[in-house]
Design a protein around this ligand. Structure first.
Ligand code: PAF
Length: 282
C-alpha cells in the first residue's frame, strides 16, 4: 500500500491507475475505522481493480472547534486495517496540504436538500462536506466512489453535487453496518461511556418502532414520528433532536405514506450526538 500525503502525488498515482486500464475505487473517510468503513473498502475491492482510500478529518464540516478536537484519530491502526483489506493507495494529507491558504475562498454550496435536518442542526456542515468531496473527486479523477447509507442525507448531497457539477464519479452506496444490538457503526460510538453505549441502541429501536407503526397501518407522518419520539423519550440518557419520515429523494415530508420512505433520527446520548436511518416501503 502506497501512503500519500501530497495532492499532486495522489493525482499522479490515480492517473497512473487509469492509464494502466484499471478501474479505480475511492473510499473517502475521516479515519477512525470501524466495520462500516471496512464494508465500504471491501465493496470497493470487490468491484474495482485498485482501491484508493482517503483519511482526512475535514475542519470545514465541523460547526464547533470542540467537536473537531474530539473527533477520534488513530492513523497507525487505520493504515493496518486498510492494508489488510487490500487498499492500494492511501491518501492522508495534513490540513495544510488540503487547504494551503487556510480556509478556502471557494466553497461548494449544496442546495435546499442541505438546509433541512442535519443541515439545520449543523449549519455549514454540508457545504464543508460538499467542498472536500469535490476536491477529493477532482484530485482522484474518474472513479467509483463509495459512501455509506448511515449518512443518508450526506449521500443525497454527494449524488446531487456529482450530477450538478458533472464530476467524473459513479457514486455507490453501501448499507449501514450495525452492532448486534442494532446501533449503527460510527466513529462517534467510541466516545460513549458504558451506560450511554447501552442506551444508544434506542435510535435503532425507535426506527424499528416507526417501521412497525407503518406496517400496522399508521397513515399519518405525525403518528409515525410520535411513535419514534416516544421510544427515545423513554430512555433517560437520550435527548431527541429529530425523528421524521421523509421522501428519500426530496427529504420533504411525504404527501402520502405510500411507496418508498425513509425514517431519519438524530439524538444526543450523553455527550454524543448520533444519527441513524431506515428505508421502508409501504
Ligand atoms: O462521511 C465522512 O466520513 C465524511 O463526511 C467525508 C465524506 C469523508 C467527507 O469528509
Amino acid at each position: 500500500m502506497e501512503v500519500i500525503a501530497a495532492r499532486d502525488e495522489f493525482r499522479k498515482a490515480t492517473s497512473a491507475v487509469r492509464a494502466a486500464g484499471s478501474r479505480l475505487g475511492l473510499v473517502p473517510t475521516m479515519g477512525a475505522f470501524h466495520e462500516g468503513h471496512m464494508s465500504l473498502l471491501r465493496a470497493a475491492a470487490s468491484s474495482c481493480d485498485v482501491v484508493a482510500a482517503s483519511i482526512f478529518v475535514n475542519p470545514l464540516q465541523f460547526s464547533s472547534a470542540s467537536d473537531l478536537a474530539r473527533y477520534p484519530a488513530n492513523l497507525e491502526r487505520d493504515l493496518a486495517m486498510a492494508q489488510a483489506v487490500g487498499v492500494g493507495l492511501l491518501f492522508a494529507p495534513p490540513v495544510s496540504e488540503m487547504y494551503p491558504g487556510g480556509e478556502p475562498e471557494t466553497r461548494v454550496e449544496p442546495g435546499a436538500l442541505a438546509d433541512r435536518l442535519e443541515g439545520a442542526s449543523r449549519p455549514g456542515h454540508f457545504a464543508g462536506v460538499a467542498t472536500v468531496v469535490t476536491k477529493l473527486l477532482s484530485l482522484c479523477g474518474g472513479c467509483r466512489a463509495f459512501f455509506g447509507e448511515k449518512d443518508f442525507q450526506q449521500l443525497a448531497v454527494v449524488r446531487q453535487l456529482v450530477a450538478d457539477l458533472d464530476l467524473d464519479a459513479e457514486i455507490v452506496s453501501c448499507p449501514t453496518v450495525r452492532e448486534p444490538d442494532g446501533l449503527a457503526c460510527s466513529s462517534r460510538n467510541r466516545r460513549l461511556g458504558a451506560g450511554d453505549r447501552r442506551a444508544a441502541a434506542v435510535l435503532s429501536k425507535a426506527l424499528g418502532a416507526g417501521r412497525a407503526a407503518l406496517a400496522t397501518g399508521a397513515r399519518r407522518s405525525a403518528e409515525v414520528e410520535a411513535t419514534m419520539a416516544a421510544v427515545v423519550a423513554a430512555e433517560p440518557r437520550a435527548r431527541l433532536d429529530y425523528a421524521v419520515v421523509v421522501d428519500p429523494v426530496t427529504f420533504e415530508s411525504p404527501a402520502s405514506l405510500a411507496g418508498e420512505l425513509r425514517l431519519l433520527i438524530a439524538a444526543h446520548v450523553g455527550p454524543v450526538r448520533l444519527i441513524d436511518n431506515l428505508g421502508v416501503e409501504t
